[in-house]
Design a protein around this ligand. Structure first.
Ligand code: NAP
Length: 264
């Protein structure tokens, strides 16, 4: 049995993850971390059944000290995720990080800590298998189509932009694509931001609208042709198989893995 703790159990992802772990016969949900008083056990919070007598902690250090989880699944916000990850690694608890918004520098620091303490860690910008394949295929296509733009679309409650998925897609494309100036050399923005953000010259456009969940298109332009890769997460169930896969896999790791494409 893998002993799992979850950060952010009231959130859109967190609620679904709680049910997923509770229904997994190889995993045990032993604690959750919140930052607001929601009761002593999870069942006191509306929406969770009376059988969910899982202790709620307001502080990660006490959670780790009292319950000693094997894995901490973080589904909180970009503001705390780095501190949570560092604390887990130093306490020999394996972090599985779904929260997006890590900077390259923070990721590097976590990599170093993971190796130092020999504690496995998975940082997954997207747990949906289809989105992971989209990133892989985008990197393959970029070798043939160097002119590429990314459009990511999310619900309007998302805190970070661009999305972790768009950022990772751009990184994977940049690794295989020669540095390349796109568009007209003299192009000008008459409204700032019109051409989107730029990662290594790859434009990224972030759309935020109610009704959306998580969607991305990668557009490749060539002579007389357009090649589009698209992935849609219509609901958060799409992320759950990637979460259980990561929790299982992290138990055998002694280093940090960034992106599910490295373990599927
Ligand atoms: P959400 O609905 O806002 O949930 C975040 C939850 O974390 C909220 O309940 C929030 O409480 C709580 N929280 C904030 N600070 C906390 C802390 N210090 N300790 C414990 N809980 C804390 O967001 P979501 O849509 O579930 O997404 C969560 C994260 O996962 C985001 O970073 C999102 O980008 C990412 N995400 C990743 C994937 C993936 O496949 N990797 C997929 C979807 C989303 P309050 O609201 O009361 O502040």
């Amino acid at each position: 049995m893998i002993r799992v703790a979850i950060g952010g159990p009231r959130g859109k992802m967190g609620q679904q993850a709680v049910h997923t772990i509770m229904n997994n016969e190889n995993m045990e949900l032993i604690a959750v971390l919140d930052h607001k008083e929601i009761g002593k056990v999870l069942s006191e919070f509306p929406g969770f059944p009376a059988s969910y007598d899982i202790p709620v902690f307001l502080d990660l250090e006490s959670l780790i000290f009292s319950t000693k989880p094997d894995v901490f699944l973080d589904l909180t916000t970009p503001h705390q995720v780095f501190e949570h990850t560092k604390l887990c690694l130093q306490s020999e608890v394996r972090p599985v990080i779904g929260t997006t918004g890590f900077t390259d520098e923070q990721l590097q620091q976590c990599k170093v800590l993971s190796e130092k303490y020999q504690v496995g860690c998975i940082v997954a910008p997207n747990f949906a298998i289809g989105a992971v394949l989209m990133m892989k295929f985008a990197a393959m296509a970029a070798a043939y189509f160097p002119d590429v733009e990314i459009i990511e679309m999310h619900h309007d409650q998302k805190l970070d932009a661009p999305s972790g998925t768009a950022y990772k897609t751009a990184q994977m494309i940049a690794e295989v694509r020669p540095l390349h100036k796109q568009g007209h050399p003299l192009e000008e923005e008459t409204i700032a931001g019109a051409r989107g953000a730029s990662y290594d010259g790859i434009p990224i456009h972030s759309v935020r609208l109610p009704g959306l969940v998580a969607h991305q298109q990668v557009l490749f332009g060539g002579d007389g042709q357009l090649f589009t890769l698209r992935h849609d997460s219509f609901n958060r169930q799409s992320f759950m198989s990637g979460i259980t896969l990561s929790i299982t896999h992290v138990m055998d790791l002694k280093e940090l893995v960034y992106g599910l494409e490295n373990i599927i």
